[in-house]
Design a protein. Sequence first.
Lengths: 517, 159
Amino acid sequence: MSAVTVFVPKDAAAVSVGADDVAIALSQEAQSRGIEINLIRNGSRGLLWLEPLVEVETSSGRFAFGPVSVSDISGLFDAGFLSGGDHDLGHGLTEEIPYLANQERLTFARCGVIDPLDLTAYESHGGLVGLKKALERESSAIVEDVTVSGLRGRGGAGFPAGIKWETVRKESADQKYICCNADEGDSGTFADRMLMEGDPFTLLEGMVIAGRAVGADTGYIYIRSEYPHAIRALNEAISIFEQANLLGQNILGSGLAFTIHIRIGGGAYICGEESSMLESLEGKRGQVRAKPPIPAISGLFGKPTVVNNVLTLATVPYVLASGGKTYSEYGQGKSRGTQPFQLAGDIARGGLVEKAFGVTLRELVEGFGGGTRSGRPVRTAQVGGPLGAYIPETAFNVDMDYESLAESGAMLGHGGVVVFNESVDMARQARFAMEFCEIESCGKCTPCRIGSVRGKETLDKIIVGEDLEKNLAVLDDLCVLMTDGSLCAMGGLTPMPVTSALKHFPEDFGLARQAAE
Amino acid sequence: MVESVPEPDENRTVLQLCQDYGSRPENLVEILHAVQARDGYLSDDSLRDIAACLNLTRAEVHGVVSFYHDFRRAPSGKTVVKICLAEACQAVGCDALKEHAMQALSTGVGTTSSDGAVSLEPVYCLGNCALGPAVMVNGDLHGRVTPEKLDSLVSGADS
């Protein structure tokens, strides 16, 4: 019998619940039983509640077992799991698990499927098709395809990628840059991390295509220091790409030159804001820049720069390979394509769900997520990170796309969904939003720097019921000022969680619920 | 010029570390990471040498050092426990875990225990939001951390 292939993820989340120990124990157990296995450390499938998720390759497909702990391994061998045998931890064929089967995996097609650093597997699963097409085309045709796809910035702002690229392409300059924003600081989000660990070549391929499209020969990936696993994966992926002539001075003999450098952040949330990130890349304090000029015209070191999120750039290879039109057939309205949603917080089945825009929040939280992990009723979900709105459970029928969320006073952000149960105190959450802004404000503009401190102090007074009416008026005033007067989204959006909490959960602030509600 | 991730190298002087990065001011953040990886923190002497090497004022270097949460001006405890206090972990009880950690480790958040054994640091998101509460102990990420698990992680890191 030839060696059976067994997959154990090396994704940081899987490792955080024991995947490394499971991988070691599996190898030892196989050895002691005289069974030869071929152990592959893949990325995560994103079914994080099942991690460590062990998969076994059989003639009928890959069988999933999870969550596996070291103490389960002997029993798994006894049950014949290497040929897909029945076991309490068994979930049948991985691809048929409803959580995965009901997704539309375009950006994450390979994540969790292959060894992230196996270039041959990458190619046999559709990798490099987009790049090769791009190398044969005019730069304007590449940008056109990205424009047709409707792909918008997945970092949170949702600006059309094609328009940004066209602006940079049209600039004439001696130097242009592609900067990948991998400073994924929003609580409740981990899609960038999963992709960089699970399919780093896709990101690199997307950056080379971007370089080709706009005429840039240098790329930077600005990655947060909190992601050591992703940093390691990307460093290895870059050297593999260099050795394979997919980065360098003459990529695949096409004459195209492109190099990628990694830069590590310093633990500052604000550096996820694009101009702050550019300052940090220049070795400075990460203070935001006033716009205009926009980075597409004057970005890194004053040169025309594409700044895109990891997910935006990692979607580009699919767009080029399958055509912009194919990508645009997913989604609804002006929100085209798919969004990798991330289910987090108190949720039974937390993980990554890539779906076409338009899935409802309820389908995500109840359908995919299965409600709370604690078993207590869901009260609210914060969508879009620390600057996103708290949406009450009664409003979960909202469609998850840029426009529908905006209409209901919320935002998509980076696609994170953090679920809270009935025990949450919304006044404390509102206070935390201000406190977080106080801790992470870059300090450049007054509404954010001072407003957040005053907001926190005012909420402290509201929480103890001091001059409730007057302090609520002050809070309202502060929120308007921060929204209208801040230089960037940090101060400008901090009021969103505060006002949404106040609007939907007034009873937590000592107010009577409006009869109208 | 070396690429990004600084590996601790005790034998290289600050001057050499600066030269590894071309002594270029735009690599200041990288250089600070490299020096901190070597020493565990950024001393006054190191910052003075970096400023001289990059032709920056000490005030400029101080400005950068003080901006980023990662940089320390004093040695950390032997074990560094980073506890995530952001929303996704709040939803699954990180506040109670924080209270437990402060008691068990005899230290506050953002401080080092008086015997220098443990530093307890707040962090806002480790990207493990579906498996919270999340904690990082000496660079290793852990998920679904209960008070008991935290105790065993810290005592394991000690030995």
